[in-house]
Design a protein around this ligand. Structure first.
Ligand code: SIN
Length: 281
């Protein structure tokens, strides 16, 4: 069956049909998937049946795998590349990281080489009265850049922001040792997508704590204004999950947040893998 790419109609996102990810993709099919991913920023495949090794194998098609810091505490047995994202507790213990990513963010922006992208496989999705909960929202940082007035583009040209691992409040606060391992880094506020050449805003609340050569009060106001601009409804796609969805997002052209509108006994279980990245430019 030929691969079909069906855009969501929002500023980003497309569904890919005609692919069974349990089988290795031909180079030609992988190139079509990779192209759709770069072009749409978020792509998803419905009705997949993926074992942890199959998810890891598919992630490896995009290059090296990055290990998320929370995988050290919550990974799939036998697959350390997969972080368990879940609200489920068993025997009084959480089986995965809870409330992961509930604020708008781009994954691991606090590292020197943030990951190219992230993959989430939906194992269990909560529903109440037949209505699905636990959606994920995505915002196009590329479309948000395109709409900036020229004066703002000039103001941001060549500027770098400080990204601080300790800036964001987390459901599971990191240890002092984890904070020490992740000292603040600096990245351009406007990144150039390494594959499409598209310019993308790279700024968010909490993680971004300052802007080089700008007074702190002014920098905080600018960070807040840009962060709010990126998540305007015109740039957002909201994904309603189904069990068996495998979804990939691009951490340069998209930001995301998880909607936390459910709790036990409603269960949400996701398997997350992360692609290696490069220094933002
Ligand atoms: C994340 O930010 O990685 C989690 C997203 C989600 O669980 O929907």
């Amino acid at each position: 069956m030929p691969i079909e790419v069906i855009p969501t109609g929002a500023a980003l996102g497309a569904e890919i049909r005609g692919v069974d990810l349990a089988d290795p993709l031909s180079d030609e099919d992988f190139a079509a998937v990779d192209h759709a991913y770069n072009t749409h920023g978020v792509i998803f495949f419905r009705d997949q049946k993926l074992s942890p090794p199959q998810q890891v194998a598919f992630t490896r098609r995009f290059g090296e795998i990055d290990y998320n810091i929370f995988g050290e505490r919550w990974s799939v047995t036998g697959s350390p590349e997969i972080v368990v994202v879940s609200n489920i507790t068993e025997n009084g213990k959480p089986i995965g990281i809870r409330r992961a990513g509930e604020n708008w963010h781009s994954d691991m922006c606090y590292t020197a080489r943030p990951p190219r992208g992230t993959m989430l496989y939906a194992v269990e999705i909560p529903a109440l009265h037949g209505l699905t909960l636990g959606d994920t929202e995505f915002a196009s940082a590329a479309a948000a850049y395109d709409d900036l007035p020229d004066a703002m583009r000039q103001r941001l040209e060549g500027r770098k922001a400080v990204f601080d691992f300790a800036g964001r409040k987390r459901a599971f606060p990191p240890t002092a040792e984890e904070i020490a391992r992740n000292p603040p880094v600096r990245h351009p506020i406007v990144r150039t997508h390494p594959r499409t050449g598209r310019k993308c805003l790279y700024v968010m609340r909490d993680d971004c704590t300052a802007i080089e050569e700008i007074d702190q009060d002014e920098a905080e106001a600018l960070i807040a204004a840009l962060a709010d601009h990126i998540i305007k409804p015109a740039y957002v796609y909201r994904h309603v999950w189904r069990p068996g969805d495998l979804l990939l997002w691009d951490n340069c052209s998209a930001q995301h947040r998880a909607i936390q509108d459910y709790d036990m006994p409603l269960r949400r279980l996701m398997h997350r893998t992360t692609m290696g990245g490069a220094m933002p430019a």
